[in-house]
Design a protein around this ligand. Structure first.
Ligand SMILES: Cc1cc2nc3c(=O)[nH]c(=O)nc-3n(C[C@H](O)[C@H](O)[C@H](O)COP(=O)(O)OP(=O)(O)OC[C@H]3O[C@@H](n4cnc5c(N)ncnc54)[C@H](O)[C@@H]3O)c2cc1C
Length: 410
């Protein structure tokens, strides 16, 4: 019977395996380390819970207040779409140790065969795929499958076996901090983004609440990764009144791909999630996109199990993916380029978060996972607001940079 090998049993791989089993496909799930916990802020859109029928008890916290803070501006606002609904207007906060285990266990309960082993390489032939992996005792094994889904993250061995180049990467570095109740109360329903050269020169820093602690982290783009430790320490210093008495639980770091791959599919192989570079640049959001691409790739492979050729997979996975999500990736990449890279950009970004149209469009898009349409009158209003803010900020910064006038001596 034809079978599919899914490499990596994190969010993307587990949803791919789950989907394949729903479609009656023999599935092998290969995971390097069953105790591995992916370093992650754990912010998930509520839509993931409805799309994949996930239980609410996976959610540690429901964030209903968003905070954005630039060097000179602080704003906080409710997580609310254009049709406010307390049932669905929130950002779910999960712990990956719990969330990923649930997804993997569900795929296994549907019949996916789980193997703990580290993929060394795959070899694709006309007749199938040969996968070589090492078990925990460093013994080498070989597996045969008809197709492979590469869900093995940013350093994907599947992609490397195909001779694909490494993607441009940022690094995300975070600390989990246990806080006393009085401070945890402040964070109970808040998630905060911090912008500034001192905490994240080209991305952003964050504090996200978890069940009994917070995750405070920073993003650092290529070429700045060696400063990650210092940036996190600056963030903690800046927030000492809100994190001060906390007890450090652990530090976590991982690379984040900063650009999608040109192609997601090859003969008998589909790449998903971080292995395909499907993280959103502005937000670093990758969980939903790994799950969504896992499902879409699994459906395409199941449809073409008798002939999982590059052409068939590109038609039913790549083309459908980009038809659905190209505007989202394009817009968020643009936003990253014009929002985080200088103090002027950061101040404009933070001020624009005061704009009711911007807030509404942001949450409509985040909650639906599609760029929300904006009527031309709204676009005009936002553009006018952006120009006025940019001008005011430019003037303020120019004034601040001007040397104080010399005081004439008597
Ligand atoms: C610090 C940090 C904070 C983040 N915060 C958020 C957030 O708040 N919200 C959000 O949406 N996204 C966030 N992200 C991004 C998110 O974590 C990823 O986009 C997401 O986990 C990608 O899922 P994936 O299934 O593609 O791969 P991964 O989660 O990276 O999983 C890859 C899996 O493959 C396994 N594997 C790797 N190599 C092999 C091999 N050779 N053989 C077998 N198995 C292998 C790994 O053990 C792992 O289980 C964050 C990332 C970082 C680093």
């Amino acid at each position: 019977m034809p079978s599919v090998l899914v490499v990596g049993s994190s969010v993307g791989g587990s949803i791919a395996a789950d989907t394949l089993r729903d479609l009656g496909v023999e599935t092998i799930l290969l995971e390097r380390d069953l105790n591995y916990v992916k370093p992650c802020g754990g912010a998930v859109p509520p839509r993931a819970f409805t799309d994949w029928n996930l239980p609410q008890d996976l959610i540690d916290r429901k964030v209903t207040i968003a905070v954005v803070c630039s060097p000179h501006h602080y704003t906080e606002f409710p997580v609310a779409s254009s049709k406010p609904n307390p049932e669905t207007d929130y950002i779910a906060m999960v712990r990956r140790e719990k969330f990923d285990r649930y997804l993997r266990d569900r795929a296994v309960s549907k019949g996916a065969e789980l193997i703990e082993g580290k993929l060394e390489r795959i070899e694709v032939t006309e007749r199938g795929v040969r996968a070589v992996y090492e078990d925990r005792r460093q013994k080498t094994h070989t597996l045969h499958a008809d197709a492979v889904i590469g869900a093995d993250g940013a350093y994907s061995t599947v992609a490397r076996s195909l001779g694909l180049p490494r993607l441009p990467m940022a690094v995300a570095y975070q600390e989990r901090i246990h806080l006393p109740n009085r401070l945890m109360d402040y964070w109970a329903e808040r998630a905060a983004l911090y912008l500034g050269d001192d905490v994240s020169p080209d991305l952003y820093a964050w504090v996200f609440p978890k069940y009994d602690h917070v995750a405070a982290g920073i993003g650092a783009g290529a070429g700045r990764t060696q400063h990650a430790r210092q940036l996190l320490s600056n963030l903690k210093h800046k927030l000492r009144h809100l994190l001060g008495d906390g007890v450090s639980l652990k530090f976590e770091a991982h690379h984040l791909p900063m650009h999608p791959r040109r192609h997601l599919s090859y003969d008998r192989v589909a790449l998903i999630g971080d292995a395909a570079g499907l993280v959103q640049q502005t937000s670093g959001e990758g969980i939903y996109w790994a799950m969504r691409s896992g499902e879409m790739a699994a459906r395409a492979i199941a449809k073409h199990l008798d002939a999982p050729t590059q052409a068939n997979l590109r038609r039913d996975y790549d083309a459908r993916w980009w038809r659905a999500y190209r505007p989202t990736y394009w817009f968020l990449a643009l936003l990253q380029r014009i929002s985080y890279n200088s103090d002027l950009q950061r101040e404009i970004f933070a001020h624009m978060c005061d704009d009711p149209d911007v807030r509404r469009l942001t949450f409509d898009s985040y909650l639906s996972k599609h760029i929300a349409p904006a009527p031309w009158i709204v676009q005009l209003r936002i553009t006018a607001h952006w120009i006025a803010t940019a001008f005011q900020e430019w003037r303020r910064q120019r004034r601040a940079a001007r040397p104080a006038a010399a005081v004439p001596s008597r």
